[in-house]
Design a protein around this ligand. Sequence first.
Ligand SMILES: [Zn+2]
Ligand SMILES: [Zn+2]
Length: 336
Amino acid sequence: MVLEFREEGIYCPAGDFHVDPWQPVERALITHGHADHAYAGHRRYLATEAAAPVLRHRLGEITLETMRYGERRDINGVTVSFHPAGHVPGSAQIRIEHRGEIWVVSGDYKTTPDGLSEPFAPVSCHAFITECTFGLPVFDWRDEATLATEINAWWQANAAEGRPSAIGAYSLGKAQRLLTLVDPSIGPILTHGAVEAVDEILRGQGYALPETTRVTPETDPKAHPGALLIAPPSALEGRWLRRFGPAATAFASGWMALRGVRRRRAVDRGFVVSDHADWAGLNAAIRETGAERIFATHGYTATFRQWLESQGYDARIVETAYGDELVDEADTEDAA
Ligand SMILES: [Zn+2]
Ligand SMILES: [Zn+2]
């Protein structure tokens, strides 16, 4: 076994390192900066160059080494490299090779390009540890152009009535994804501080994002009629939004594909925008690895495993402490 599944996380015994561990370890390879993957407290971190600024922003002073995508490094006789996962800017799958046996830890991934994250690159391997957050056939994402049309039409209609439009979106990844989808000619784009902090970091790295204005206590709500507000979902329920008057509200998440979840959220609209692969994306990604052994984490693991077995794979479930399946797509991030 190139990798083992331990209480503290995924471990490589030959290389003596962990991948996205949830308990403090000596050496952690990190796929991306979401709170359920990048925990504080490890002695040494290794991540992509592209993920580093966000990791430093979220974890503070850490001992962090970086690698470029595709670059190889030897760790105690084990070869490791990072490959684009298409999930959020800087996100990676980690390829781990020991004595000719190759394992890949997907982290979270999205197979369709979003114009911002480094596009997903399939990596051949013998064993693939895949997330399956949206591992049911009901999850079938629309293409970027359709999503953009839908969101812009909603914003435009609210702006025409002089109403602000507020979208709840995870501050790393989802919020910037929305920025690439919206049409800035409709009106000003205002952001919550948590979102703008990440925007600034990514702009500094050269990711192209439209102009946005950070909302501060001094912001005059009346000075931006018809604005689009982008904030972590929790901010839509409180004082932060109320000062802008009656706003049209929406939530952007893959979970919006489920009517029940949509109804539970006290918002007017749900846009099905996800940073994860849908059912077709998961299946295509697994096929492209050529792997025979699949380990499923994150989400609908039991049914997904059964499905993979029916397709002839040696499929297993890996219990992780990645939190419940809503984590990446919900509003828990800033609590972490
Ligand atoms: Zn993630
Ligand atoms: Zn995750």
